[in-house]
Design a protein around this ligand. Structure first.
Ligand code: NAP
Length: 276
């Protein structure tokens, strides 16, 4: 993995907390190697209370050309940017920034990363259920709007966050205990909660609820470890089309690389690097 790092090597990376679990260094370093570029991509664990210090310090270091942001920094970065792309403004969160002469500029590649595998499937999508009301749910909602999905339902456990989402986006929100009224009408279900990750095992929908979905419903889980998640296992057992979080990780990463370097990303190589 370590290439000929010299005094000229430029730095990209991902800032988050925690971030050591990230597959992005594997994916991006392989891409940079294949592109023959003198860059390295690193993970930067930065706790929330040191964030402002880190952002200013990174700008002072001229070899750092850009980086991704993940939990918990995607919204906090907004006030540190001199320019925010329209898509990041629509989401209210930034996952990729790059250096310009006067300061950091930011965008959001999660939206297009989410959409990409759905576009490949070319299904007719009219009604979606988004599970969860956090940062990823916002990118997914903007993605659904871009796809022209007419009915966007959101289920969450936090009434004030649901209220906020309903004010920000054209969505209808519901508490979890009303989920069963929605299931029979959906073309797409997207899990934007951490339920199903190693730290929160389980599935946001149980078998009976999965059985209520139409045979054409696509089940999309943003989680990429484990693969498949319990949710996707249940959906696959019913014969439904499923998409896992590795797809979104891959495409948001490819778009971030193109934003930084302005060269086409080697998607096949990046996919291989993360075991897709
Ligand atoms: P977040 O901002 O913390 O939001 C998580 C949401 O899930 C919140 O609405 C939270 O509710 C809800 N939630 C958490 N535990 C729950 C439970 N036990 N029951 C019901 N709801 C629960 O996190 P995020 O950034 O949106 O990320 C969400 C998931 O997407 C994570 O698993 C993350 O790894 C994944 N993700 C994947 C990609 C990718 O590229 N594949 C990109 C981004 C995110 P409260 O608001 O009440 O806490």
């Amino acid at each position: 993995m370590i290439r000929g790092i010299t005094g000229h090597t430029k730095i990209l990376g991902v800032m988050g907390y925690p971030v050591t679990y990230s597959l992005s260094p594997k994916m991006h370093n392989r891409a940079l190697e294949v592109l023959g570029l003198d860059y390295v991509y690193l993970a930067f664990p930065v706790p929330i209370d040191r964030f402002c210090q880190a952002i200013d310090g990174f700008f002072a270091c001229e070899s750092i050309l850009g980086f991704n942001l993940t939990i918990p920094h995607k919204q906090k970065i907004l006030t540190h940017l001199i320019e925010v792309s329209p898509i990041a403004q629509a989401v209210g969160a930034v996952n990729t920034i790059k250096r310009s002469t006067l300061g950091w500029i930011g965008t959001n590649t999660d939206v297009e990363g989410f959409i990409y595998p759905l576009k490949k499937l070319d299904f007719n999508l009219e009604a979606v259920l988004v599970l969860g009301s956090g940062g990823a749910a916002k990118a997914v909602i903007v993605g659904c709007q871009k796809l022209g999905i007419k009915k966007i339902h959101v289920v969450g456990r936090n009434p004030s966050k649901l209220e906020e989402l309903q004010q920000q986006f054209p969505v209808t929100s519901h508490p979890w205990d009303q989920i069963e009224n929605l299931l029979t009408h959906l073309d797409l279900v997207v899990n934007c909660t951490p339920i199903g990750m190693a730290e929160q095992p389980g599935s946001p929908l149980n078998k009976q609820q999965i059985d209520m979905l139409k045979p054409q419903t696509i089940v999309y889980d943003l989680i990429y470890t484990p693969r498949p998640t319990e949710l996707l296992k249940l959906a696959q057992a019913k014969g439904l089309t499923t998409i896992d979080g590795l797809e979104m990780l891959l495409y948001q990463g490819a778009l971030a690389l193109e934003f930084w370097l302005e060269v086409p990303a080697p998607i096949g190589i990046m996919a291989e690097a993360i075991g897709r």
